[in-house]
Design a protein around this ligand. Structure first.
Ligand code: 0PR
Length: 388
């Protein structure tokens, strides 16, 4: 930092320079992201509440009331209006909070248990590795079946008397697969284990798709074994980053992770971050009320239609899809080229794709910013790559 400040024009010229080096979702070139162009209504609401801090909610009673409404609405979307939770930074914070609640509840019941573990599908997001590391939990990984959903027998075999939580996923990070949560819920009730569902990606689309006749598996609080759910408004919810959501079935779960907060307007706090923006809550509230279920149904349907278009195009261009898409992710390989060769070729044409780790494949997430015209251009480039 210099001693003397610079002019506003100079600052913004330079900021502009930085910004031109960034990719934009709007370009349609970002194909490996679960984020998208934030909806303008959400952005306006976000900007309006930038000053509010839900870390000290007594000062921001309006924002607090809005958070309560948002949590109930998200709960209602996921099968139970009377849930407890918060709007936080994203899926990582939500998953860490859920694992902390599961561990603390388990430790309360079994104070002498030393080597506590959590059982997650091999397809779980890496945030569970962070959670296990921070919370000193052993991470046990269950195998997947031939459709890349968790194998329920493998889960069952891994659960033991030291298991604090089982995790199921509604929309896996790499392939968008939905685990058989109904069966997992039954298993967890039978074995007396806490079940957390990571619906960071699928939470904002599966309920809407099912309302339109898609037949996707149930994963929500209507299943009695489900104790908590992660749902991210900054993914398919179209909210700006950072906006995550964590919902707990019982107040005691949230209380199990609450810490005393002397001198603040509230006695206890359960979130990981202290100072917490109310802007994310405002954006989520505004978008739910502006778009309504009808608006979100349209968003998820369009994504699925473009996903199907891409999937068909990839097959017709001679690539091998890894699996039938269940949500808006397409993954494929080729007999002629390695996955890295395809990725390099697409990158040379300006596409930013990602590579899944299990199995290794090109992975394209058809978020709302990926339109039909982008898919057509991408397919042209894929066909050209094969003909080289
Ligand atoms: N749970 C699931 C199922 C996820 O897919 C993700 C992130 C998380 C939890 C963690 O969420 P946060 O990143 O909000 O903490 N999934 C994407 C991924 O890791 C996130 C992402 C988004 C990656 C945009 C890249 C990108 O450009 O692939």
């Amino acid at each position: 930092m210099e001693d003397k400040g610079r002019s506003e024009t100079e600052i913004f010229d330079e900021l502009h320079q930085f910004k031109t080096r960034d990719m934009t979702h709007r370009s349609g070139k970002i194909l490996g992201s679960m984020c998208t162009c934030p909806h303008p209504i959400g952005l306006n609401a976000f900007k309006m509440f930038l000053e509010s801090n839900l870390g000290d909610p007594g000062l921001f009673k309006g924002t607090q009331a809005m958070e309560d409404e948002v949590i109930s609405s998200l709960g209602e979307l996921l099968g139970e209006r009377d849930v407890y939770g918060h709007i936080i930074t994203g899926g990582t914070e939500a998953n860490i909070m859920a694992m902390r609640a599961a561990r603390n509840t388990f430790k309360h019941n079994y104070p002498d248990c030393e080597d506590v573990n959590i059982v997650v599908p091999k397809s779980a997001h890496f945030s569970f590795k962070k959670a296990a590391d921070m919370l000193c939990l052993d991470l046990l990984e269950a195998e997947l079946d031939e459709n890349y959903r968790v194998d329920i027998n493998s889960l069952d075999e891994l659960i033991n008397e030291n298991t604090a939580a089982v995790v199921a996923i509604a929309g896996t990070t790499e392939l968008g697969k939905i685990d058989p949560v109904e069966k997992i819920s039954e298993l967890c009730l039978k074995r007396g284990v806490y079940l957390h569902v990571d619906a960071a990606f699928g939470g904002y689309s599966i309920p809407f798709l099912n309302e339109m006749g898609y037949d996707l598996p149930n994963f929500d609080f209507s299943l009695p074994g489900v104790c908590s759910i992660t749902i991210d408004p900054h993914k398919m919810g179209l909210a700006p980053i950072p906006t995550g959501g964590i919902l707990f079935r019982k107040k005691t779960f949230l209380e199990s992770i609450s810490i005393e907060t002397p001198y603040l307007t509230e006695d206890r706090q359960s979130t990981i971050v202290g100072t917490r923006t109310g802007a994310s809550t405002a954006a989520t509230w505004a978008l739910m009320n502006y778009l309504g279920k009808e608006g979100y149904r349209k968003v998820s349907k369009e994504c699925m239609e473009i996903t199907e278009l891409l999937h068909r195009g990839v097959v017709e261009a001679g690539f091998n899809p890894v699996t039938e898409p269940e949500l808006n992710i397409v993954a494929f390989t080729s007999d002629e080229m390695t996955v890295d060769e395809i990725a390099d070729g697409l990158e040379r044409s300006g596409w930013a794709v990602s590579i899944s780790s299990y199995p290794r494949a090109i992975r394209i997430i058809v978020m709302p910013h990926v339109k039909e015209e982008h898919v057509e251009l991408l397919l042209d480039d894929l066909r050209e790559l094969r003909s080289l």
